[in-house]
Design a protein around this ligand. Structure first.
Ligand SMILES: Nc1ncnc2c1ncn2[C@@H]1O[C@H](COP(=O)(O)OP(=O)(O)O)[C@@H](O)[C@H]1O
Ligand SMILES: [Mg+2]
Length: 243
């Protein structure tokens, strides 16, 4: 894995030498394509295995009593989501631009999230305050939606069953500022520098790719994403996007 020092050296090399820039950019592109292709190729047969097991389960419900059946199904679901996230992670920096109302996008996400909590009969209290005056934004709508969903999903995991999550968005001068706040388990001080590292997870079934992917997407938009947490009090993720 490349460290920040390696990345700085690579950036310096690219700035100093045009040929090096061309070769490194090409190598990075090849690397991302290879990861996406491998993830895709493994996901296809895995989806077939998953479908076959679901058909088996529907036709022979008694298999659910088999030792380890439930665990096997969960493991397969986990592998599928890991491969999806790996492939998304690899293509995180390539954006498909469009012009859209960021306020409307965030409101829609907030409504869907509230509905999903309702559907699960969850006791989590969720509220949002999205400024109506954020105007149009040029960026990758689908990828930004993914960022916000990642933050809300993490907040939901952190508050477990009972707690509060708050999503806010404002425009300040030439910046959109989005905050996701929760009063869940918090992030230990020792971990706060690691949470954006690929594969760092504090969860049994976590992939550790949600936050690094989110950072990649936000930085590709020229923005920043940061976390502040005081365990046993509040955790705030702040996304800033230049308009
Ligand atoms: N709101 C939060 N509260 C507490 N811990 C968090 C929060 N968001 C992220 N984390 C920590 O950061 C880790 C990495 O998050 P992420 O990259 O989304 O991967 P994953 O959710 O698959 O573990 C999580 O496993 C968790 O330990
Ligand atoms: Mg996550």
């Amino acid at each position: 894995m490349l460290t920040n020092i390696d990345i700085n050296k690579m950036n310096q090399l690219m700035e100093e030498n045009k040929d090096a820039k061309k070769i490194i950019t090409q190598l990075l592109e090849n690397h991302h394509t290879a990861v996406s292709v491998i993830a895709h190729e493994i996901r296809n047969p895995l989806t077939l295995v998953s479908s076959s097991l679901q058909v088996m389960e529907a036709q022979h419900p008694e298999v659910k009593d088999f030792y380890n059946w439930k665990q096997t199904m969960e493991d397969i679901r986990f592998m599928c989501s890991l491969l999806n996230e790996l492939s998304d992670f690899s293509s995180g920096s390539s954006l498909r631009y469009s012009v859209f109302s960021i306020g409307r996008l965030l409101k829609n996400i907030a409504v869907s999230f509230a509905i999903s909590l309702d559907a699960e009969d969850s006791d989590i209290r969720f509220s949002s305050r999205i400024s109506p005056e954020m105007g149009d934004f040029t960026g990758d709508k689908t990828k930004l939606e993914e960022v916000i969903l990642n933050l809300l999903k993490n907040a939901k995991d952190a508050v477990k069953k009972n707690g509060s999550i708050f999503l806010s968005a404002d425009r300040e001068n030439s910046q959109i500022i989005i905050r996701c706040t929760d009063d869940g388990c918090g992030i230990p001080a020792d971990d706060i520098d690691k949470i954006f590292d690929p594969f760092f997870t504090g969860k049994d079934n976590g992939t550790g790719l949600g936050l690094p992917l989110s950072r990649k997407i936000v930085e590709a938009h020229g923005g920043t994403i940061t976390a502040l947490s005081s365990p046993a009090s509040e955790t705030v993720f702040t996304v800033t996007l230049p308009v």
